[in-house]
Write a protein that binds this ligand. Structure first.
Ligand SMILES: O=C(O)CCC(=O)C(=O)O
Length: 271
């Protein structure tokens, strides 16, 4: 089947080698997952919702490092029903399910991450630092809506970093960029930075360290992400009163009790 004949819900079966590579390296960059024509048609729809709900007004030079990294708009599917077919697509969710080896996946949340022309780097970080979740069965799908050349800041991964508990108390910041760069280098871990063609999708584990360079082109790096978790994921007590985890619990899983399955109305089971 070529990507020209697939849709957002068409299943894609991964090879055992692809699944093993993801579990070993903590990420996988898959080529030709979604049809470029379909992504190009979705781009203006997703961008319109993202921009309509983004509050950032400051020019780039007045923002801090995180603010310069991208315009972030969360849970587009709750803001406009038009994007639900994209965010609930079973093809990408089905890949997440195979990678995790779970009986199914729920949506944790989605995000648009648009790196503006001249936008800065995304510092090294691991997403699971922010999540009050009882297991590591989480995966983020990073879906560019435009081809992302190296100069535009594609997502880069520290291969196998999910296996080493380094710097796990660091929030994304100038400090995380500096400290983790040193720690990951000292640990001898390989950084993988690759351009993305339109249709490529990467998947990374919650504890895989990742970063992105700045956008040195004249085009916006439009990216949509969907974060999935095991359909049976349970809510954990926030670690060390981590305020980020308290905020995430309240924002993304309202009403779920510690120890219960994260099945709030914001966390639909996708497949
Ligand atoms: O797109 C980026 O620059 C960062 C993305 C990221 O950190 C993520 O999707 O977890």
């Amino acid at each position: 089947m070529t990507t020209a004949t697939v849709g957002l819900d068409t299943p894609l079966t991964l090879s055992p080698e692809q699944i093993a590579s993801f579990r070993d390296r903590g990420f996988i960059h898959l080529r030709e997952v979604l049809p470029p024509a379909e992504l190009s048609a979705w781009r203006p729809i997703l961008a319109a919702v993202a921009h309509a709900h983004n509050q950032e007004q400051r020019p780039l030079e007045e923002r801090d490092t995180y603010g310069k990294a991208f315009l972030q708009t969360t849970n587009l599917w709750r803001r406009d029903q038009a994007v639900i077919p994209f965010v609930f697509g079973k093809r990408v969710a089905g890949i997440a399910k195979q990678l995790l080896g779970t009986s199914g996946v729920r949506l944790y949340h989605d995000q648009a991450l648009f790196k503006e022309p001249g936008g800065g780097h995304t510092p090294w970080h691991a997403d699971q630092f922010y999540w009050p979740l009882a297991s590591e069965l989480t995966v983020t799908a990073w879906i560019p809506l435009v081809p992302v050349a190296i100069e535009m800041g594609p997502l880069a991964f520290s291969a196998r970093s999910q296996h080493v508990a380094l710097g796990r108390d660091l929030a994304i910041s100038d400090e995380s960029e500096q400290v983790l760069d040193g720690l990951l280098n000292e640990a001898g871990l390989e950084t993988v930075t690759e351009a993305f063609d339109l249709g490529d999708v990467s998947f990374h584990c919650g504890w895989t360290y990742h970063r992105a360079g700045g956008n040195n082109s004249n085009e916006v790096r439009d990216v949509m992400t969907m974060i999935y978790m095991d359909a049976d994921m349970r809510l954990a007590e926030p670690v060390n009163q981590n305020q980020n985890q308290i905020n995430d619990r309240d924002q993304w899983m309202p009403g779920v009790a510690v120890g219960a399955v994260c099945d709030s109305p914001l966390n639909p089971r996708i497949c």
